[in-house]
Design a protein around this ligand. Structure first.
Ligand code: ATP
Length: 342
């Protein structure tokens, strides 16, 4: 498997030519995927691309139409969820309201017939991991949303799962708490060495949290790799677009180039930019002041002669410096031009 070879880590789980159809609709299309042991893997993509369906197949809630799923090297395709040894956290915390926090966290252990003494130790350990040991006797409804999410996380890790599955676990939290929980989950993962699979449509979350990022579109993997590699070298236009590359140009040889808005420089005169690999005469069509930076919307002709709209993010400029109708030069050095495949 390409991923395992890249990182040298063995596989915690594998999808082998997995397809999921709902009637005529193919939600996951012959997917091959290796989830590295001890790695934080993220499935990233827009709504409907098949992330949740993939996670549900791994968890055992949905059977693949075709293909095999392996967990720890064993064929798990037809195993029921409770026999897979996985922990799962959903967007809705799904805590049992009549049980205390400790009982919620110990629930999976009780099902697995872990004795009381071991169970209590594992519950305490899991609650300490998420910083909630002091709330063990509370009922879920007396906790904040963030605390309830931590309880759900503690419940999933208490069973010491082979793989921890997280389906958009942070999307019900407010922006600040979400950012805080990202680093907390990341810390728990690295302390425990757990294999984690996170599903998200949030590229910042994926970039920040993953060792391995899997970008999906229409039930297929578009690109897989370390976040920094995917970010700096997106394989195609879809991945580039999804990761915030706003500018796409075609050269006279028909090659597609992508440039991030923060890497497109603007100069008043063409002569300032003679050293750059890319120089385009452009006209300002709109200006948006955003405090930290100013966005310039530009109209230009790309090297193939096509009219294109461009977006440049300028920092430290006087926001009144450019107005619609101004002519300028948009440029970028060679190392900022990302060449895309199909
Ligand atoms: P989101 O972020 O919106 O959850 P997703 O990438 O997780 O998106 P999935 O939930 O995996 O996407 O859904 C993929 C596609 O499969 C969607 O078009 C969805 O409508 C369809 N789908 C999922 N489950 C079923 C089902 N049980 N029956 C029919 N269609 C389904």
């Amino acid at each position: 498997a390409p991923f395992a070879a890249e990182t040298g880590s063995p596989a915690a789980a594998e999808f082998r030519e997995v397809t999921q159809r709902f009637g005529d609709f193919t939600a996951v299309d012959r997917m091959d995927l290796t989830i590295g042991a001890g790695q934080f893997t993220t499935l990233l993509g827009p709504s409907g691309c098949g992330k949740t369906t993939s996670l549900r197949m791994l968890a055992g809630y949905t059977r693949p139409t075709e293909g095999r799923i392996l967990i720890n090297g064993q064929d798990a395709t037809t195993l029921p969820p409770e026999k897979r040894g996985l922990g799962m956290v959903f967007q809705s915390y799904a805590l049992f309201p009549h049980m205390t926090v400790a009982e919620n966290v110990g629930y999976g252990l009780k099902l697995r017939k872990v004795g009381r003494v071991d169970r209590e130790a594992q519950v305490t350990e899991a609650l300490e991991m998420v910083g909630l040991a002091h709330l063990a006797r509370r009922k879920p409804r007396s906790l904040s949303g963030g605390q309830q999410q931590r309880v759900a996380l503690a419940r999933a890790i208490a069973i010491r799962p082979t793989v921890l599955l997280l389906d958009e676990p942070l999307s019900n939290l407010d922006a600040r708490l979400r950012v805080q929980m990202r680093s907390e989950i990341r810390r728990i993962q690295s302390e425990t060495g757990l294999s984690v699979v996170l599903v998200t449509h949030d590229q910042d979350e994926a970039l920040e949290m993953s060792d391995d990022m899997v970008v999906m579109k229409s039930g297929q993997i578009m690109q897989q790799g370390h976040p920094a590699d995917v970010f700096s070298a997106p394989a195609n236009r879809f991945v580039a677009d999804f990761l915030g590359y706003e500018n796409f140009l075609t050269t006279s040889q028909g090659i597609t180039l992508a440039i991030r808005p923060e890497h497109l420089q603007v100069q008043d005169t063409e002569t300032d930019a003679v050293d750059e690999a890319l120089n385009l005469r452009a006209t300002v069509t709109d200006v948006a002041y955003r405090g930290v930076d100013t966005l310039l919307m530009l109209r230009a002709r790309d090297p193939s002669g096509e009219e294109v709209d461009l977006l440049a993010e300028t920092r430290g400029e006087d926001p009144g410096r450019y107005t619609p109708g101004d002519n300028l030069t948009a440029s970028a050095p060679r190392h900022r031009l990302v060449q895309l495949g199909d």
